[in-house]
Ligand binder design. Structure first.
Ligand SMILES: [Zn+2]
Length: 389
């Protein structure tokens, strides 16, 4: 039990084992200076790994106040509840009003500010809230890691969002407050009650903590966003534009998915969408106008268009090799979704492991990870080509 007398700031990390602690309502007891403090049904932090309990700053203040009182009254036992924030309203987002839990602002470490403004109160949404920003050409949705991204509309606004471990999207209420009211009404339609989980790069960035960048998903999305930015800077368009529904993408980026489990096809398809199907075909075609010959103008595959663009516009001397990992991702998706006839499946898998330089019996997960790493290398190579263009 982390005592209330400790001076250092309470963070979301367990003081005993360093794991992330979850905010929840429960009871605990502290023995201090011979007085037993019993805190009942209050917002506390608990480590899911080792069970350690810590008091958020607001609880520590209330506990210290109660301890003083007990000491003055000569009591050995003091039982209390930390309450009084449930119906709190902040001045942000008055119309429309959003569903949120003011307790998140008061009890999640690092969110409360001395003014009590409520600015950093998280407001939660269904992952489908992101669909609008993928289906409308005026918006740009950029995934920067598996747990955060931005939504922009021309030079009008850009708002960051987080994706928590359960796949819920959240934004800070003061950021929402700055959006045009029509945008706020749309967001309100996808607004859901808080699940109090802000573990994401959006929170890490605000709390001044290191961002999660170690996962392959986050490395890949960061490289993809970097390339998008370079393409915009040097060629005036984004190489990628996500379209369609985002629920599957959010699910596959945030949930542990086994490659031998039922969702492997879904996960492979999400990566194919992110790597191949969301290539900006129209822009590639426009850049290639006048360069394609004969039947090349009829090219349907976005990856083949990319390959031609690399060769004829960017001047990549080995465009086929640079684009190869994109094709491999497409082949792996066909494997994972069982799109090939049984007699072709084995040969196709052998051909993929040869391309990737893996052993004949390489498991699917290793094949996929290797292919995604090769895509990242290609992204970096394309980015270098754009910089010297
Ligand atoms: Zn712990």
């Amino acid at each position: 039990m982390k005592g209330m007398a400790q001076e250092e700031k309470v963070t979301h990390y367990c003081p005993a084992c360093g794991a992330w602690m979850d905010l929840g309502i429960f009871s605990t007891g502290i023995e201090t200076d011979g007085i037993s403090l019993e805190i009942v049904d209050s917002h506390l932090l608990q480590c899911g790994e080792c069970g350690t309990v810590a008091l958020p700053d607001h609880c520590r203040r209330v506990a210290a106040h109660n301890l003083e009182k007990a000491r003055a009254d000569g009591r050995k036992v003091c039982r209390f509840q930390v309450k009084g924030v449930e119906s709190f309203r902040f001045h942000f987002c008055q119309d429309p009003e959003f569903i949120f839990d003011p307790a998140d602002y008061f009890f999640i470490p690092g969110l409360a500010d001395p003014s009590g403004s409520g600015a950093m109160t998280p407001v939660f949404f269904n992952p489908s809230v992101l669909n609008r920003y993928c289906s409308h050409p005026d918006y740009v949705l950029e995934l920067l890691s598996r747990s955060h991204g931005t939504i922009g509309r021309g030079g009008e606004f850009e708002i960051p969002f987080g994706i928590n471990r359960k796949g819920k999207v959240f934004m800070w209420i003061s950021d929402i407050d700055r959006l045009p009211q029509t945008e706020q009404y749309y967001l309100r339609s996808e607004n859901v009650p808080s699940d109090h989980d802000v573990k994401s790069n959006l929170y890490h960035a605000y709390a001044g903590e290191e961002l999660e960048s170690a996962s392959l998903e986050s490395k890949f999305l960061a490289a993809r966003a970097r390339l998008n930015g370079l393409c915009l800077k040097h060629r005036g368009f984004r190489l990628y534009r996500l379209a369609g529904k985002m629920e599957d993408a959010v699910f596959c980026l945030t949930q542990p998915i086994q490659w031998d489990g039922p969702n492997r096809g879904k996960k492979a398809n999400v990566f194919d969408i992110l790597i191949n199907q969301s290539l900006s075909e129209n822009h590639l075609r426009r850049e290639l106008s006048g360069c394609l010959q004969g039947g090349e103008e009829k090219i349907k595959s976005p990856v083949l268009l990319l390959e031609k663009w690399l060769e004829l516009v960017i001047g990549d001397g080995d465009a086929a090799a640079t684009a190869k990992p994109f094709h491999t991702i497409n082949d792996l998706r066909d494997q994972a979704m069982d799109l090939l006839p049984a007699d072709e499946r084995k040969e196709a898998a052998s051909s993929i492991v040869r391309e990737l330089g893996l052993g004949e019996n390489a498991p699917f997960g290793l094949m996929f990870e290797t292919a995604v790493k090769k895509v990242i290398e290609s992204y970096d190579a394309i980015g270098d080509g754009l910089k010297i263009f």
